[in-house]
Design a binder for this molecule. Structure first.
Ligand code: NAD
Ligand code: MG
Length: 390
């Protein structure tokens, strides 16, 4: 029996994870569920999955949840705030942590899980993008295991040899081919992107996801974050990571080997597949996802990404090359820009401009610990907010 904590249980990944867990009650139990503000949704999940612990964003929400659970006859302990998230991620009673909080808010508990030697299922790519070496060092020091949930990285993981130790050379690996759908604006002329609305941006043609990652997919910052994520997870240099646009989203990524072989993982665009793969690894379990129908799909196509159409992708490659805190600064500026776009404060094309301005004004610094990182994150947010109203 594996006891699981889900950080971000009410989100898109959190709910998909619970869907898979519910199919295998004999294998998995739920230790803790966390949510930020959706108290009623979390209450419903607690009633269904009976966790030992539930965590919400603040004291008021915790009081409402505690009352609600008492009335339902549950003994679930209720707590709140960042420290409680870390407890949920590190308690000795929990084996596996699904890191599915969106953005920098997930960094501290995910890093805490790494330090505590947990099995980490990583969906919260921003946490790894921000903390990079610090995170990988924590994993190595504690002996934690890290399994990628992001569909591309999960695909790459499946196409790598089982004893792969972040050493491309030794395994004759030429390149990692990271596929990208291109998002909802792939076919639009750049000039027309000024007028796109948040509703259009979050309407992803292939995947149903949270709002922030949906906007990231439309700008292709999501792919930029994923390039950096692949660098840390697989030990690949930026030259060894190539982004390939593949609008059908059937191939979730590929690994190109020295002998000319290219291995790919295919499947329907449903996050329950990578979630089930990581949960059960090295075994395989039912995820509720039907196999792909190749005849129905008919054709697969590929093309090169256009860096002029998608400047965020170039910004991410540049941040990776700059090293230090550059990726954390970029991530923070992106979070502020996306939020402002969703609140209709800025236009879509302002997102990459704002990030570029922040990176231009704030030089990247060395990162030695979590405090350094949070300080860099804070400075980038402050500057991005100031630039928003300038
Ligand atoms: P979502 O917006 O649907 O859910 C986010 C979750 O995080 C919610 O449970 C919310 O309560 C919690 N949360 C938000 N702000 C918080 C805060 N300040 N403190 C504590 N908790 C907070 O997002 P999602 O689409 O499920 O994505 C989650 C993560 O997984 C993101 O990092 C995303 O990039 C990654 N991811 C998602 C998908 C997908 O298909 N949705 C695919 C690949 C990777
Ligand atoms: Mg992805």
């Amino acid at each position: 029996m594996q006891a699981i904590t889900i950080l971000g249980a009410t989100g898109s990944i959190g709910l998909s994870t619970l869907d898979v867990l519910a199919r295998h009650p004999e294998r998995y139990s739920v230790y803790a569920l966390t949510a930020h503000s959706k108290v009623e949704e979390l209450a419903q999940l607690c009633i269904r999955f009976r966790p030992k612990l539930a965590v919400v964003g603040n004291a008021e929400a915790a009081a409402v949840l505690a009352q609600r659970l008492r009335t339902a006859g549950l003994t679930t302990e209720v707590s709140y705030g960042p420290q409680a998230l870390c407890t949920a991620a590190t308690d000795a009673a929990c084996d596996t942590v699904m890191a599915a909080i969106v953005g920098a808010a997930g960094l501290a508990p995910t890093l805490a899980a790494a330090r505590a030697g947990k099995k980490i299922l990583l969906a919260n790519k921003e946490a790894l993008v921000m903390s990079g070496q610090l995170f990988m060092d924590a994993i190595a020091a504690s002996g934690a295991s890290l399994l990628p949930i992001d569909s591309e990285h999960n695909a790459i993981f499946q196409c790598l040899p089982p004893d792969y130790g972040r050493d491309l050379q030794r395994h004759g690996i030429r390149k990692i081919l990271l596929t990208a759908s291109g998002g909802p604006f792939l076919e639009r002329a750049i000039e027309t992107l000024d007028t796109v609305t948040p509703e259009q941006a979050v309407a992803h043609p292939k995947w149903s996801m949270g709002r922030k990652i949906s906007v990231d997919s439309a700008t292709m910052m999501n792919k930029g974050l994923e390039v950096i994520e692949a660098h840390w997870l697989f030990g690949a240099t930026s030259e060894q990571i190539e982004v390939v646009i593949h609008p059908q989203s059937v191939i979730h990524s590929m690994v190109s080997y020295a002998d000319g072989s290219v291995l790919a993982q295919l499947g329907n665009p449903d996050m329950r597949t990578p979630i089930a793969q990581a949960l059960a690894y090295p075994e395989r379990i039912d995820s509720g996802v039907a196999p792909i129908d190749l005849i129905q799909i008919g054709q697969l196509s590929f093309r090169q990404p256009d860096m002029l159409q998608f400047p965020c992708l170039q910004l991410a490659y540049d941040a990776l090359a700059a090293g230090g805190s550059a990726a954390a600064l970029m991530n923070a500026a992106n979070e502020i820009a996306v939020e402002a776009f969703l609140e209709r404060q800025i236009g879509f094309r302002r997102i990459p401009q704002l990030i570029a301005e922040v990176l231009h004004r704030l030089p990247a610094d060395a990162v030695h610990n979590l405090d350094d990182l949070l300080e860099q994150d804070r400075r980038a947010r402050e500057l991005a907010r100031a630039l928003l109203v300038a």
